[in-house]
Each structure stands twice: as C-alpha cells, then as structure tokens.
Ligand binder design. Structure first.
Ligand SMILES: [Zn+2]
Length: 242
C-alpha cells in the first residue's frame, strides 16, 4: 500500500498526515505526549485534513490532557503497595526479597508477590514482571488462536509478542504472523480475545473497510465494547474515525 506522510501545523499543533488507500479519514491522538496523526484517503487535501483537525480541536486537547494526567508505567518504582494489573484485575504489589530464583506469585486474587534477590533494583524487578507477563500471554494466546482460526476459517497464523508504543496489535498479512502488545497481559481476557479476532480478520481482509467491520460484527458482535475497554488507560490511544 503506498503511503505519503506530511506534517502540517494547526493552531500550534504539529499534525502528521498520512495518505493511504483508505475510505475514511481517521484522527488519532497517541501517547505518551499526545501526538496527533491523521490517516486520510488519497483524495483528501491538506486543507480538508486541517478542517477536520480544527473541528476536533476540543476533543484533541482533552485526549492530550488525559495522557498528561496518566501515570506512566515507566515511572513505577516497583515497590510494595503499588498497583499492577493482570488480566484486567488490579493487584497490590508485594516485594519479597529472598535468595533463590525470582518468582511471581498471585495470592488471594489481591496480591501480586514478586520474589526477588535482596538488593534488586526497579529495573530488575520490572524485567522479572515483564517476563512473567510474556509467559502468561504465551499460555493464554495459543488456544484462542486455534479457536478463532477455526471459526474464521483462516489457516493458523504465527504469533509474536512484543512491546509496542502505539498499537495493541498488528498483522503481517504476507508472513501470516500477528503481533500482540505485551501490555495486553494487563487487560481483561475478552479484550485480548477481541484483538486476536481483529488481527486474524486481517488475514481475510487487509483493510479496515466495510467488509472488515461486517466480519467483526458477524463473529464478535460486542467487539466495539471490547475495543473501548482496551483503550481506557493505561496506554490506550484515542481514535476518531469519520
Ligand atoms: Zn487492524
């Protein structure tokens, strides 16, 4: 797909315009700093894109203010008492220092215990928790892939898990590989399932067009609800599709 990207300024805002072979103009505000990006059909002029941005300035400012107010995951100190999420549930972190291998243990559906060697720093603790999230996703995702591959009638795709800054997932159609954001481990299972269905549907329809939406409507009628839940803090980006 050919794309062309330009940057314009609208009321002091830097706005990136990416032109693609798409039907609808799509306005997005992205973390961490509220970057504004317009994905526009090839036929839309800079002036038309500018007007669309002006029409949504209030909304954009509101999204940017939300990002500014959001606690940053990277600023976590990884000490006892902090809140951490797993599958949509909030856990209180308890750091237990001890010799031996590092472990993450869930207790009473309220406590996430991080067993670490004495003297471990925040970075090391974070690395251990990330590794644990990745392992949990590696357990959770394959059965969902198999289930939805069968329902959608797509040959099973490979899955990769990685940290992504602005997306929950992606699909390499030619490589038949879907990518999931590691942060998904913090979200409810239904959200993870929605994303898998979304990315697998790209193996049938590459673009977010009417056909794509009707496939989603048919297979997962409540997908909009899951998408909304997914884009609530943390990390979610705000989207506006015309
Ligand atoms: Zn998509």
């Amino acid at each position: 797909m050919s794309t062309e990207s330009v940057e314009i300024r609208v009321s002091g805002l830097a706005v990136q315009i990416v032109r693609k072979d798409i039907k609808n103009l799509h306005l997005g505000v992205y973390p961490p700093n509220g970057r504004v990006r317009v994905a526009a059909p090839l036929s839309v002029s800079d002036d038309a894109a500018r007007l669309a941005v002006i029409g949504k300035l209030g909304w954009i400012k509101k999204q940017q203010a939300k990002f500014a107010a959001q606690p940053r995951q990277t600023e976590r100190e990884m000490v006892s008492g902090e809140s951490h999420y797993y599958l949509g549930r909030r856990y209180r972190l308890r750091v237990a220092e001890r010799d031996g291998p590092s472990l993450v243990v869930l207790r009473n559906r309220t406590t996430l215990e991080l067993q670490v060697r004495p003297g471990s720093d925040a970075k090391e603790r974070e690395r251990i928790l990330r590794h644990w999230y990745r392992e949990r996703l590696r357990e959770l995702v394959p059965p969902l892939l198999t289930k939805w591959g069968a329902i959608l009638g797509v040959r099973e795709a490979a899955v990769g898990i990685r940290k992504m800054k602005t997306k929950w997932g992606a699909c390499s159609v030619n490589a038949r590989r879907i990518w999931l954001n590691l942060e998904l481990a913090k979200k409810p299972v239904q959200c993870i399932e929605y994303l898998i269905v979304h990315e697998l549907t790209h193996l049938i329809e590459r673009h977010h067009n009417d056909r794509f939406v009707s496939l989603m409507d048919r297979h997962l009628p409540q997908w909009r609800h899951h998408r909304k839940a997914l884009n609530e803090a943390p990390l979610g980006h705000a989207d506006w599709t015309y």
